[in-house]
Design a protein around this ligand. Structure first.
Ligand code: HEM
Ligand code: HEM
Length: 189
């Protein structure tokens, strides 16, 4: 079990929670309320009932334009995540490692710590692939490669979708079990 969380790690943790939540929220909005597939069908349908005929292609352009300002937030939170990971690497150097005390720990706690290590790799992958996607032209990436990166970025995103509720549930259980005060220690040290 970790005894204390440094001020840097605590600030990092909550800013990171905001960035990742924002990234997941924009992902959710893109797939639901602001989905161009669904909204372009609504645009065709409603305009048609008003006597205005537009093609599916035209409606798609409008639906994507409506989605665009929301998706800008994916990039804003994405850049925030990228900077936070650099901050996390700096903390890692400062504290000479993760600070997990695995020796003599239960198998359960060792698995929790491995879960965090893997999550850090996943977040680094998401940030690197996201930056490559957003600035693919500047990096001179081909259309095919950009498409492949996008597919992997989207696939790996699901591991983050799974991690967040599991993490919150795990912390909630630990708080009510043998690690009382774990959440307030992540807030006030
Ligand atoms: C309300 C939401 C959240 C609560 C209450 C919470 C609480 C906590 C607590 C108490 C710990 C310490 C657990 C331990 O020592 O094993 C922790 C660690 C951690 N949390 Fe969260 N968390 C939340 C959201 C998130 C989110 C959204 C992320 C996004 C990826 C995240 C990533 C992490 C990571 C990476 C660690 C390990 C830090 C380290 O030791 O290096 N947390 N969290
Ligand atoms: C935890 C981190 C992240 C998650 C969970 C996530 C999730 C996703 C998902 C699911 C998609 C596919 C959306 C779709 O096509 O329906 C996507 C696309 C994308 N993401 Fe992320 N992302 C993350 C981090 C980032 C970062 C750090 C950046 C860049 C700074 C970024 C930039 C992009 C871009 C440019 C696209 C392609 C959008 C398009 O083709 O129009 N993402 N992301």
């Amino acid at each position: 079990m970790r005894i204390d969380y440094s001020r840097s790690l605590r600030i990092w943790h909550w800013l990171n929670a905001i960035a990742v939540s924002g990234l997941l929220l924009t992902f959710f909005l893109r797939k639901t309320f602001l989905s161009w597939r669904e909204n372009s069908a609504v645009i065709v349908d409603k305009l048609s009932s008003l006597g205005v005929e537009v093609t599916a292609e035209q409606a798609k352009i409008v639906a994507k334009a409506i989605r665009a300002p929301m998706w800008e937030w994916h990039i804003i939170f994405g850049v925030m995540l990228g900077l936070l990971l650099l901050f996390r690497i700096w903390i890692f150097w400062q504290e000479a490692g993760f600070g997990y005390e695995d020796e003599g720990e239960s198998i359960h706690m060792q698995l929790v710590h491995w879960g965090y290590r893997i999550l850090y790799f996943i977040l680094i992958f998401m940030a690197v692939s996201g930056v490559l996607l957003n600035w693919h032209e500047a990096f001179g990436l081909s259309k095919e490669l950009t498409h492949t990166i996008k597919e992997i970025h989207e696939f790996v995103a699901w591991t983050v979708v799974v991690f967040v509720p599991l993490h919150i549930a795990g912390v909630f259980i630990a708080e009510n079990d043998d690690q009382r005060g774990i959440v307030s220690r992540m807030i006030s040290g």
